[in-house]
Design a binder for this molecule. Sequence first.
Ligand SMILES: NC(=O)c1ccc[n+]([C@@H]2O[C@H](COP(=O)([O-])OP(=O)(O)OC[C@H]3O[C@@H](n4cnc5c(N)ncnc54)[C@H](OP(=O)(O)O)[C@@H]3O)[C@@H](O)[C@H]2O)c1
Length: 340
Amino acid sequence: MPTKVAIVGVTGYAGGELARLVLRHPEARLVAAVARSHQGEPLRAVQPHLHSAPESLAIGTEVGDAEVVFTALPPGEAAKQARAWLDDGRTVIDIGSDFRLRDPKLYERWYGYTHPAPDLLKQAVYGLTELTRDRVRTARLIANPGCYPTAALLALVPALKSGLITEDIIVDAKSGVSGAGHAVEDAYLFGTIDESVRPYGVPRHRHTPEIAQEAAALLGKAPRLTFTPHLVPMNRGLIASCYAPLRGGTRANDVAAAYAKEYSEEPFVRIVDAYPATKATLGSNWCLVHALVDEENARLVAFAALDNLVKGAAGSALQNFNARFGYPETTGLEALPLWP
Ligand SMILES: NC(=O)c1ccc[n+]([C@@H]2O[C@H](COP(=O)([O-])OP(=O)(O)OC[C@H]3O[C@@H](n4cnc5c(N)ncnc54)[C@H](OP(=O)(O)O)[C@@H]3O)[C@@H](O)[C@H]2O)c1
């Protein structure tokens, strides 16, 4: 019997990507496609790539008899609605940012709103599956990680866990424009972004406290983190280039051993020998990691590349769904990247 799921925010990029994956998932059935706009229209007419969505599956306002509610909404919106779904006995997996930070005060500081359900933050499990799958398995409320934090953390986790680096961390990252959602703004017009690269959000990007929170849990103290995201003229794809001083005596062999140990059994993290390219992850749940040692400067340089809408959003949400409901983690996520 497939698990019944609803997607709230199905008209957006992340919601549409999740619908694409859920429609091919053998153990999930999409029973409700929820949004504010396009009421009553078939999902497959609203999201033009969802050819196999049944004609009868129309955009509505209710989650129906879904056992799992995926939310892909702007900041603050999922937190207003999650309690009702949890009280009904459903599991909630939020692709947005509403349950990622454990300290409610951080929402005021970084997102500019007072968290509407601070008590729910205590029960939320941060769902970077590679790090927290044991807790995801029993969670009722799963906070899917942000796209930049997913790449930054997967690049750094082995070094953080093995104590190879100090707390002085720089994350320099680049994302394609779909990372900003389907909002129409001058900043995201083709004429604005084409043939151009620019940083943004420094030093106040909302993913900074999320990366810092998870790095602190592994380091045992707060990192000194500088995070610089850039918008690059491509559709999908995200790469994080991460830098941190190595602790005395750490050699390339130690780094290679830590990364191999951490990821040898992971179904979606592949350690590559060459610089990873975002394009080699396109449309897939893969994250490509490459870590090297700058010996002259005693610094770790670690890269992680992924598709922001798959491993950075919908794919990891489905990986968490699989872990939560006891399906093999790769179920519905087996597709290899597109190339070229
Ligand atoms: N894009 C990415 O790569 C990515 C990666 C990781 C996480 N995320 C997160 O996923 C969430 C959705 O991102 P997205 O890129 O899919 O954005 P998007 O394309 O703008 O979609 C947002 C969705 O939310 C609905 N919505 C908008 N305003 C709303 C409101 N005030 N109340 C209720 N619903 C509202 C929209 O549809 P209607 O207007 O039809 O209701 C739409 O379905 C965000 O929290 C984002 O940070 C995105």
